[in-house]
Design a protein around this ligand. Structure first.
Ligand SMILES: *Cc1c(COP(=O)(O)O)cnc(C)c1O
Length: 363
């Protein structure tokens, strides 16, 4: 196969999905599978659905359209708050969107009325992470306006933590969230079907039994794709961490000094890289670089490989410890973090290779 390439093991993704969904369901929480880290890859969305998610969420309309065009039949949720300029397309292509601006809701309302549709929304509330969401003090006034809009149905409220401010979901903030939901229901005599509390950062709170019961919806991406929670990035029990593996090829293999020779200036990326004197080392150049992936987000599967750095097209490795076990043309493999996965998926230079029904897929 042409290198570099990324293998995508759909059985492992299905397996991971089932592990997360089982945990959430036991606590009365339905799961939306999030595909934004994999560019709305249809095979991955299908694996998530086989694993038990009840809908698919993505932050980009283009990804949702890709999934719809692939014939995937489920409820689609737009996770990033919609642009005012695109409300018509949102009403047309997604079943439910997350929202935080009245002007956008008004636009969605007009578009829905025009299309003769009802557009479902979840109102996002910011509990301190400082990304999207209405500040809690302003929610009552917001809802008072929002419930008057035709063509819009407020299906629930949501909050997103541990994304921008790194705020950890806790009994305290989830408790405030539930209290707010109860207050809205009483004050406006509405029923909020979804209290959408968490992403992959909330699994620990659920597993430890501290998640307030009223929380009944989770939007999960990373834990399914990479098999980890996102507070400490610990492997999540019952999941595997290698559903995605990156392969690149050794282009050059030479013994060279470990320190650059001559007067030094900035490297190609305007950085002054530090070098450690390891004497003469065996160095491998492989055909993946910053143009393809976040080079800080990959880990060699063979622990004898040490990544020294990279430029747009090369990654430079210290493979001294592999001395007699490596040759030009060999493929080396790497696991990826979320940032590396995202960049590998968006790079047109990385071939995507989907593995299906691999016999011993889940080890
Ligand atoms: C990305 C995103 C998620 C999923 O987050 P993970 O950490 O990948 O589980 C959930 N909700 C919103 C609003 C998002 O943008």
């Amino acid at each position: 196969m042409e290198t570099p390439y990324l293998t995508i093991d759909l059985d492992k993704i299905e397996h991971n999905t089932r592990a997360i969904v089982d945990l959430c369901n036991k606590h009365g929480i339905a799961v939306t599978g999030v595909t934004k880290g994999v560019c709305g890859h249809p095979g991955i969305a299908e694996a998530m659905l086989r694993g038990g998610v009840t809908s698919i969420g993505d932050s980009r309309l283009k990804n949702i359209q890709r999934l719809r065009n692939a014939g995937i039949d489920t409820t689609f949720m737009l996770l990033r708050v919609p642009p005012l300029s695109t409300v018509g397309t949102v009403v047309e292509s997604v079943d439910l969107s997350l929202n935080s601006e009245l002007a956008v809701l008004e636009g969605l309302s007009a578009a829905a009325v025009l299309a003769g549709k009802i557009h479902d929304v979840i109102l996002m509330v910011d509990f301190g992470d400082l990304r999207e969401g209405i500040w809690p003090d302003d929610v009552i006034a917001f809802v008072r306006e929002a419930i008057r809009l035709d063509g819009i149905r407020i299906q629930g409220i949501g909050t997103n933590l541990a994304c921008f401010g790194g705020v950890v979901p806790s009994e305290a903030n989830m408790g405030q969230f539930v209290a707010l939901a109860n207050e809205l229901e009483q004050r406006f005599t509405i029923t909020l079907e979804w209290i959408s509390g968490i992403n992959s950062s909330g699994l620990e709170l659920i597993a430890s039994g501290r998640m307030p019961w009223r929380i009944n919806h989770a939007r999960i991406g990373e834990a399914i794709l990479l098999g980890c929670e996102t507070i400490q990035r610990k492997p999540w029990p019952g999941t595997v961490q290698n559903a995605f593996v990156l392969y690149a090829e050794v282009l050059e293999l030479k013994k060279k000094p470990s320190l650059p020779v001559g007067e030094r200036s900035e490297d190609a990326f305007g950085e002054l890289t530090g070098f450690e004197d390891r004497g003469k080392i065996l160095r491998a150049l492989i055909n993946v670089g910053r143009e393809d992936i976040d080079i800080n987000g990959i880990t060699p599967i063979d622990s004898r490989i040490d990544i020294l750095g990279g430029s747009s097209g090369y990654l430079v490795l210290d493979v001294t410890a592999m001395e007699d076990n490596i040759a030009v043309g060999d493929e080396l493999s790497f696991t990826l973090n979320y940032s590396a996965l995202l960049t590998a998926m968006t790079s047109e230079y990385v071939t995507k290779h989907t593995l299906k029904n691999s016999a011993n897929s889940v080890e």
